[in-house]
Design a protein around this ligand. Structure first.
Ligand code: B4P
Length: 192
């Protein structure tokens, strides 16, 4: 089974590359951002709480995310080829929970980190904001999301580096070029 944690700053291309990887390797794609936005769309009380956090560029609490991941992993079919975890974990506490959950089901994961210059991140998200309709794709919120990323998410790179399953990718290039770099890593890992 091939499990990939796709990490990176907001706008680094996690969602974009996840779609390519899922198609090429036949993996399931779990985007926690999409799960949260789907809950918001239901108009539930929980959705309203999530909306208040996301639209300001803040992360949703770890315990709320744990429920999402726990029910996803425990419900995986036996013949699943693996999962791309797109945007999860986003804190060291989430990384620790994911390691424990994967161990419980005798699975492991590699982390692929999309590294993109800040100016490019801002440019891409502003562009996306023109069509996405997402409340968090505006300049002030983007800046806050990037700051939250540096404070809370970036440290997970050290966590996976320490565990020996960390791979960095230069995400400043075209989508096709970034995908080529990812394929080299994934193919190398599969054939190890
Ligand atoms: P997400 O939905 O995960 O989205 P993202 O980080 O904003 O973007 P992504 O990196 O996927 O960028 P994309 O491919 O679209 O998170 C949204 C929010 O949900 C978070 O801020 C947080 O509040 C909450 N959340 C999610 N998971 C959470 C968790 N685990 N814990 C707590 N809270 C959580 O690319 C962006 C744009 O760039 C696109 O328009 C794309 O077309 C373009 N692009 C991509 N690659 C490109 C390339 N190589 N060249 C040119 N353009 C490119």
């Amino acid at each position: 089974m091939l499990n990939i944690i796709l990490a990176g700053a907001p706008g680094s291309g996690k969602g974009t590359q996840s779609a390519f990887i899922a198609q090429k390797y036949g993996l399931k794609h779990l985007s926690t951002g999409d799960v949260l936005r789907a809950e918001i769309a239901t108009g539930s009380e929980l959705g309203k709480q999530i909306d208040a956090l996301i639209s300001k560029g803040n992360l949703v609490p770890d315990d709320m995310m744990y429920g999402v991941i726990e029910s996803y992993i425990s419900g995986l079919p036996k013949d699943c080829k693996g999962t791309i975890f797109d945007g999860y974990p986003r804190t060291v506490a989430q990384a620790q929970s994911l390691t424990k959950l994967l161990q419980k089901y005798e699975m492991e994961a590699i982390m692929i980190d999309l590294l993109v210059d800040e100016q490019l991140l801002i440019q891409r998200l502003i562009e996306r904001g023109k069509v996405s309709g997402r409340a968090d794709d505006n300049l002030n919120t983007i800046r806050h999301r990037i700051a939250v990323y540096h404070q809370q998410t970036e440290p997970i790179a050290h966590y996976y580096l320490h565990h020996g399953n960390y791979f960095a990718v230069n995400g400043n290039h075209t989508m096709a070029d970034v995908f080529l770099q990812i394929m080299r890593i994934v193919d190398g890992y599969k054939n190890r």
